[in-house]
Ligand binder design. Sequence first.
Ligand SMILES: *Cc1c(COP(=O)(O)O)cnc(C)c1O
Length: 343
Amino acid sequence: MSQYEQFASDNYSGVCPPAWKAMEAANRMDEAAYGEDSWTQRAADGIRGVFDTDCDVFFVFNGTAANSLALASIGQSFHSVICHELAHIETDECGGPEYASNGAKLLLGQGTDGKLTPQSIEHLVTKRTDIHYPKPKALSLTQATEVGTIYTPEELRAIRATADQYNLNIHMDGARFANAVAALDVHPSEITWKAGVDVLCFSGTKNGLALGEAVVFFNKHLAEDFEWRCKQAGQLASKMRFISAPWCGLLEGDVWLQNARHANACAERLANGLAGLPGITLRYPRQVNGVFVEMPDPVQAALRAKGWRFYNFIGGSARLMCSWATTTERVDQFLSDVRELMA
Ligand SMILES: *Cc1c(COP(=O)(O)O)cnc(C)c1O
């Protein structure tokens, strides 16, 4: 078995062919730098088309920067951002959001299956209102969540109602936004601006690019001077067309949705195969492209010895991620190995 027989992460995968082709096309001639090129215009227009609204779109290199800079644009250093305790901005960004905002604090909320609830948000906003407490200004939702679950449009609207009550802006970490759209089978607007999301970090990387995330401001006031923030943070690509052209490859013909549907379907096949095995339980409902599973430690060790790679991030359960590049053969091979080891 190749050492890359993995379910470790959707960012272990390579670049999907349509993105690669667009990158090659962008390499055929010189073009203006710093996002003044025709590809960047096309990609931003394409994203406005996807959301069916006139949003402001910026491209940055990675997700940590997208989240950190987007959150910094929402508030001041004395503000706070409410997020789930399992949120990537809390657990995996090395204090990036606090750094970019010169100190805005993250306030950690709870909720089952990695999802914030209106009650948890309300509790954090109302438990202190004095001047010694960083004033809540925003909340951050991850769609799909870190544990592979999704907020429904109804849940998002309920959260928006609470946010309205307390004057909070909503940031959405869309590292797996495409997977959520595919799973919910809704128009992308239904789970963003129509549900009151102010700014979305829309990931291309985990969907099939080499790199590149779009920061999409539905609330255009928040985008004021954002290009300067990007430049200062070292996130303004001079050859920006090599981020934006692959985005054109994803957007044309809805490749981004096809990639997400494929990844979700592979995870569904994997979850269905595992769920039927005695001694194995799913830790979270499988809703997008990740399967979180409790398996005996010796079985996990034996799978790794066979060359399979996967992580145990959350509470020790094995996290199995699928991507555009996952094959049903890989899924079936893994299932067959698990069955053999569990027998
Ligand atoms: C991968 C991921 C990101 C972005 O991570 P980078 O490594 O900085 O690109 C952000 N949020 C979530 C939930 C992620 O899974």
